[in-house]
Design a binder for this molecule. Structure first.
Ligand code: MG
Length: 258
């Protein structure tokens, strides 16, 4: 009899708990009302933001935190040979471009760069580097502080190289750090290699919008016509430009896949 009472009590308890849990769940996720546009699922994942907008949020992949180039390699897949010191990485022009070991589709990218204070040269030969989205579409890096270094405007810092002039020029003086925050939608391709949807890019340069959902027209070469060549997920690439000016540096690089 005692045992039976105990069993009944346990069953009642379990039922109440299950009912309560179900009720709480239902209370948290109301069902969609067909009479209006409200939906309740899917629920976005929570992300812990960085201390400032420059600090990596909790779901970011940190590509360079000042310590090493473990996330990077040379284009020939050998270890990346750029110079890491004092929390920054400086381009090694002789070693060529570096690219991430990981491959990405669309993403948010944060990257900081600095032209050395003793920069010399002019036009495209003054602090030239570049951030190549999907390894193919260059957001130019160049010394263009105060528009003093004359060059073609679709090749200035903040341009989609030889495609799109930056809306304004918020570049900082050589010796100071610049920041790019980039939202990149990778192009999509049909099976036959034709373009299903071109790539698009939004660039905030030192917090100032310089590209607003700009359509990318193809691989940003020096050729007059830029063309797309079908690709999928691809590395992020940083340029070791062959000009004679002193090399620039990067720091605090992180990425959030879409
Ligand atoms: Mg460049």
């Amino acid at each position: 009899m005692k045992n039976q009472l105990f069993l009944t009590a346990a069953l009642v308890c379990a039922t109440v708990i299950t009912y309560a849990q179900t009720t709480i769940k239902q209370a948290n996720i109301p069902s969609a009302n067909p009479d209006n546009a409200e939906v309740f699922t899917p629920i976005p994942n929570t992300v812990v933001p960085g201390k400032t907008f420059s600090n990596a949020p909790s779901d970011a992949i940190v590509l360079f935190d000042g310590k090493n180039l473990d996330e990077w390699m040379s284009e020939d897949k050998s270890p990346a040979k750029w110079n890491v010191a004092d929390g920054i990485v400086t381009v090694n022009k002789k070693a060529g471009d570096i690219e991430t070991k990981r491959q990405f589709n669309s993403y948010q990218l944060h990257i900081e760069w600095r032209i050395p204070a003793d920069i010399a040269g002019e036009g495209q030969a003054r602090g030239n580097s570049g951030v190549f989205l999907s390894g193919k579409y260059e957001i130019q890096v160049l010394d263009n502080y105060n528009n003093e270094n004359k060059t073609y405007t679709n090749g200035m810092a903040g341009s989609v190289y030889r495609e799109a002039i930056p809306l304004v020029n918020p570049a900082k003086k050589a010796g100071e750090w610049n920041v790019y925050d980039i939202a990149y939608s990778a192009p999509e391709f049909n099976d036959d290699g034709s373009v299903k949807a071109p790539g698009h890019v939004t660039v905030f340069f030192n917090g100032v919008m310089v590209q607003n959902n700009t359509e990318i027209r193809g691989g940003t070469s020096t050729d007059k016509k830029h063309v797309y060549v079908k690709h999928g997920a691809a590395p992020l690439r940083l340029q070791a430009h062959g000009d004679k000016s002193v090399p620039i540096s990067y720091r605090n690089i992180w990425i959030r896949e879409e």
